[in-house]
Design a binder for this molecule. Structure first.
Ligand SMILES: [Zn+2]
Length: 268
């Protein structure tokens, strides 16, 4: 029998079995928000789901794919129609509650895979709280930061070295073209870099952010919603990015499975 890897498709005895097999629960998390004139508002969610699906389907005996936390932290995008934002504390509580439930059913390792840049501080907090409050090994990663992704992207990248890959950019547009090209309108893709970069403040998914961390309203930073250069995107690049990200997530799953349980010592 084929090993099922989608959490929602399991029966309850199968959930019990998957937990007993010490499979890593992979929890995608994203958001809905504007992605320029050429990409749908579900970009972060669809891409994150596709990466996680590709990863877990390659490791069905070691991981289980939990349905995504669809909504994320996007209040700075609300000037553009489409964004659905949930509160910072709601998001943290939601994520920890998902981990708590998984822990309750016996899962001991949870990997939160994020597809939305502004969820980053929250997935860190969710994973930390899950560790201290439930005793599981919980960790979080942005899928574009998974091991191996940067090398592949750097070898194919044509957009501006800093800021060319930030939002609805060469990276995300390529992935969407690889996953659902019928929903991408490349005739409406425009190159637009942040209107407000400064000496220590810039953003790039792959090259990394500047040392100064802040987030202003997106409508002050971009006219179209784009930050980066989607005109350099292609489905071929997207397939390479998808393969690299999926392989990187599998590597993290295996690393988490290999990690011995942490042994605490109370020194009081
Ligand atoms: Zn995005």
């Amino acid at each position: 029998m084929v090993t099922k890897y989608r959490y929602g498709e399991l029966t309850w005895p199968e959930v019990k079995e998957a937990a007993a097999e010490d499979r890593v629960a992979v929890v995608p998390i994203a958001t809905l928000e504007d992605h320029g004139f050429h990409l749908p508002i579900d970009t972060d969610l669809r891409l994150c789901n596709a990466v996680c699906e590709a990863a877990v389907s390659q490791a069905p005996d070691r991981a289980i794919l939990v349905p995504a936390i669809n909504h994320g932290y996007s209040p700075h995008h609300l000037d553009f129609p489409g964004a659905i934002s949930i509160g910072a504390h709601t998001l943290i509580d939601y994520g920890v509650d998902v981990c708590r439930s998984l822990a309750h059913h016996g899962f001991r390792r949870i990997l939160i895979v994020n597809g939305h840049g502004s969820n980053t501080p929250f997935i860190d907090i969710i994973a930390r709280l899950a560790v201290v409050e439930t005793g599981v090994l919980a960790a979080a990663v942005n899928y574009w930061a998974a091991p191996g992704v940067r090398a592949v992207v750097d070898s194919l990248r044509e957009s501006d070295k800093i800021g060319g890959m930030n939002h609805a950019c060469e990276f995300e547009t390529s992935l969407y073209l690889a996953i659902a090209p019928e929903l991408v309108d490349m005739s409406k893709a425009v190159r637009e870099l942040s209107h407000r970069p400064s000496k220590n403040y810039w953003g790039d998914l792959i090259a990394g952010d500047g040392p100064l961390v802040m987030m202003e309203h997106w409508s002050a930073l971009s006219e179209s919603g784009v930050m980066g250069d989607p005109t350099k995107a292609s489905a071929e690049k997207g397939r390479a990015f998808l393969d690299a990200a999926a392989a990187g997530i599998v590597e993290l799953v295996d690393e988490m499975r290999a990690r011995a349980p942490a042994v605490r010592r109370d020194h009081h």
